[in-house]
Design a protein around this ligand. Structure first.
Ligand code: C2E
Ligand code: MG
Ligand code: MG
Length: 706
């Protein structure tokens, strides 16, 4: 059969009617079946594949490269035979410029004049193939990208089977990719995970398409768990139907650990590692909740066994701890606190809580039904712990504690009142001589409350400028002239008015703020001296009372020197009054202070002499210039022969030792006469003047002295 690539030849085929054949927009070819030699192509084929009809004359499809090779064509024919020709077959065929496109091909065998031909139509599906590939590529890229994520990603289908996940997800859970695919969320969640939470999360997922970020425990392949943060998103298929979900998980173990550290720090005391006040409050709050749950109406009789309490609080305060801190240094104080904490922990049960709630204050929380006797037993054991001396730095330190107890529900039904009442009971124990325990109860004295208020108010008094100094004249008996003044501290309380030092100085010493107050007194006394001097009023000496704690602090000398310099005062015009007991404890600090005082030229007086145990001989070795005979001896002049004898002896002996005697508390003419007869050089007392404000001293004595 001749090559029929002409319109007339084409007419030989019934199908190849010129108009239909060439007007059709789908590319066609007619080839011989055996060799694949072109018989005819239409114009659409010319356009689509880039060949001119003449160029294909006498050529086979393989020769022009339509099929990349013979094998390709053989397969093509094979498929045609099998599929009876009318099934579309997807094939890649090359255009004239060599570019391959994918086509859906439809083929038919034709028979004409005893020969077989093949009719093939080509529908270009390259765009579709490209789009699919693009989608596939971008999905792969996405998955690659997911693999670089630190967070874990996984998607499950609507049967809840994991379909894909990233590297982080697999590594966090300890699975390989093969192992993890097709697992369900249940397989990777601890069995105790609450069903309720799952419901909430699913509801959110369906309602708005994503869940909140929430925390849960994640199960690893090895059975261990770790905390994660999780958020889920709903998947929809192309028709908008539910198609599973995907989720992102974040390992938050590190964050949890840091949080736990922070919690630990904010709930524990760094010195003793014990729970602090905040944690105690929280635990007590919980304990109260539990107890109230067990006994909803604690006030009703019979709600609990007689003398059975649900909670006991023991408030423990180390006695005179401030003294130890001041005299032995803070490092020793800290060690003592640690030792005390350890000792107490040692006798407690695992379920008891020991907290450090303040400097030297501890609280024990006992929970469970407990009787008064049992609590008293615990308190007693605590007291006994401290009955033996604590060896520290080659010394033995005697330290006692005072314990106050409050019970729930008897002594309060909230955290605040239980703690407050235990503390009050502790104060009661202190006021009863320390080293004892007391239960909170009706017999708690009003004195305790009084002391607590004073203590509270005292803490801010210095800052609020509530202190003033009064000055009591000291008179030279022989001349009646002003020998000096003693500065005496007064607290002008905004509500209570003037409070004498006897009522607050012991408390200030107890709570460790006397040094601060004492420093102010020194400064104020020096300032006053300087002010008087500037006015031309020369006061020969200013006596300032120094408490033991001040004396034992290393900075006393520095403060004194600083004030003398600041106000340009001659050192001998300043006199420090100390009690015998300070000088009896010759600690290094005391010796250093005495030497410093001597070097500076500041005078030293022994106050309240006769009430301590110091011998006159001993005083000789100290840089002391004055002895102040205590008021209690002067008061008895004319009443008690013994006291008179003592006074007489002290005046005589001190004169022989070169010391000056001051008689304190002189009130009567008789007392004065006795002292004059015994040659007591200096007197001080109401007979001459009460302690007075500075202006009054000046008004009274400035004219006389000049
Ligand atoms: P003190 O140092 O022995 O002071 C003498 C006390 O006797 C003063 O009491 C004074 O008012 C009182 N007094 C004076 N003359 C008479 C009298 O004729 N008859 C009677 N019955 N009493 C008289 P005050 O001012 O209440 O002070 C009491 C104590 O407080 C002082 O005893 C002193 O130990 C202490 N004190 C006062 N001011 C300070 C201070 O600034 N620092 C320190 N650490 N203690 C101070
Ligand atoms: Mg004094
Ligand atoms: Mg005195």
């Amino acid at each position: 059969m001749p090559f029929a690539l002409t319109t007339s030849d084409a007419a030989a085929f019934p199908l190849c009617d010129g108009t239909i054949f060439h007007g059709c927009t789908i590319p066609f070819t007619i080839t011989t079946l055996d060799e694949g030699r072109f018989v005819e192509i239409n114009m659409a084929f010319e356009t689509a594949f880039g060949w001119k009809r003449e160029e294909l004359r006498e050529k086979t499809a393989i020769e022009v490269g339509l099929w990349s090779n013979a094998e390709n064509r053989r397969q093509f024919l094979e498929q045609i035979k099998r599929g009876n020709g009318m099934h579309p077959i997807t094939l890649a065929a090359a255009r004239r410029d060599g570019i391959l496109h994918h086509y859906h091909t439809f083929s038919m065998q034709l028979s004409h004049e005893g020969r077989l031909y093949l009719f093939t139509a080509f529908i270009d599906i390259q765009d579709q193939i490209d789009a699919e590939k693009e989608a596939r590529d971008s999905r792969n890229h996405l998955l690659q990208l997911y693999d670089t994520m630190i967070d874990g990603y996984a998607r499950v289908d609507k049967h809840l089977r994991i379909q894909e996940c990233n590297r982080a997800f697999r590594e966090m859970l300890g699975y390989t990719e093969n192992e993890i695919l097709n697992l369900t969320p249940r397989d990777i969640t601890p069995s105790d995970w609450h069903k309720l939470d799952i419901r909430i999360e699913q509801e959110q997922l369906f309602r708005r398409g994503y869940s909140d970020i929430y925390e849960k425990e994640q199960l690893r392949k090895d059975g261990s768990t770790f905390p994660i943060e999780l958020q889920l998103y709903r998947c929809l298929d192309t028709t908008g139907n539910y198609d599973g979900f995907w989720g992102v998980i974040r390992d938050i173990s590190e964050r949890k650990r840091q949080q736990a550290d922070i919690d630990y720090i904010s709930y524990h005391d760094s010195l003793t590692n014990l729970p602090n006040r905040a944690l105690l409050l929280e635990k007590l709050e919980h304990a109260l909740k539990r107890a109230k749950h067990l006994f909803p109406n604690p006030s009703s009789q019979g709600a609990q066994p007689e003398d059975g309490y649900q909670i006991a609080l023991l408030f423990i305060d180390l006695d005179h701890f401030k003294n130890i801190n001041d005299t032995m240094g803070h490092a020793v104080g800290d060690t003592l606190l640690q030792i005390a904490a350890e000792k107490m922990l040692h006798i407690l049960r695992e379920s008891d809580l020991l907290a450090r709630v303040g400097g030297d204050e501890f609280v024990i929380l006992l929970e469970a039904p407990i009787t008064t006797i049992a609590v008293a037993g615990v308190a007693q054991r605590i007291l006994s712990l401290f009955s033996i001396p604590i060896p520290l730095q080659e010394k033995e330190i005697y330290m006692s504690v005072s314990v106050g107890v409050s019970l729930f529900p008897k002594d309060g039904d909230d955290t605040e009142s239980l703690i407050k009442h235990a503390e009050l009971a502790m104060f009661q124990a202190k006021s009863e001589g320390r080293g004892v325990s007391r239960f909170y109860g009706a017999e708690l004295g009003a004195g305790i409350l009084e002391r607590m208020t004073i203590e509270h108010d005292l803490r801010g008094a210095l800052q609020r400028r509530e202190f003033v100094l009064y000055y009591q004249p000291q008179i030279t008996l022989a001349t009646g002239q002003l020998a000096g003044v003693e500065a005496l501290l007064r607290w002008i309380h905004p509500k209570r008015g003037l409070i004498p030092p006897g009522q607050f100085i012991p408390i200030a010493e107890d709570i460790g703020i006397i040094s601060e107050i004492g420093a102010w007194v020194l400064q104020e006394a020096c300032r006053q001296m300087a002010a008087w001097r500037e006015d031309g009023f020369e006061v020969p000496s200013m006596a300032v009372n120094i408490s033991a704690q001040q004396f034992e602090r290393s900075n006393l000398i520095a403060i004194v020197r600083e004030q003398l310099e600041k106000y340009s005062l001659p050192p001998h015009t300043l006199e420090l009054e100390v009690t015998e007991s300070i000088l009896m404890h010759k600690t290094e600090m005391v010796i250093a202070a005495l030497e410093g005082i001597k070097k500076m030229g500041v005078r030293l007086a022994i106050d309240d002499f006769g009430t301590g145990y110091s011998s006159l001989g001993y005083l000789k070795s100290l840089p002391v210039q004055r002895l102040k005979i205590d008021t209690s001896f002067i008061r008895e002049i004319g009443l008690d022969n013994n006291d008179e004898a003592i006074t007489r002896a002290v005046i005589a002996l001190s004169a022989s030792l070169g010391l000056e005697t001051v008689a304190e508390g002189v009130e009567s003419k008789e007392q004065e006469k006795f002292l004059r007869d015994e040659n007591c050089p200096i007197v001080q007392g109401f007979r001459y003047a009460h302690p007075l404000p500075a202006e009054e001293i000046q008004a009274r004595y400035a004219s006389r002295s000049s």
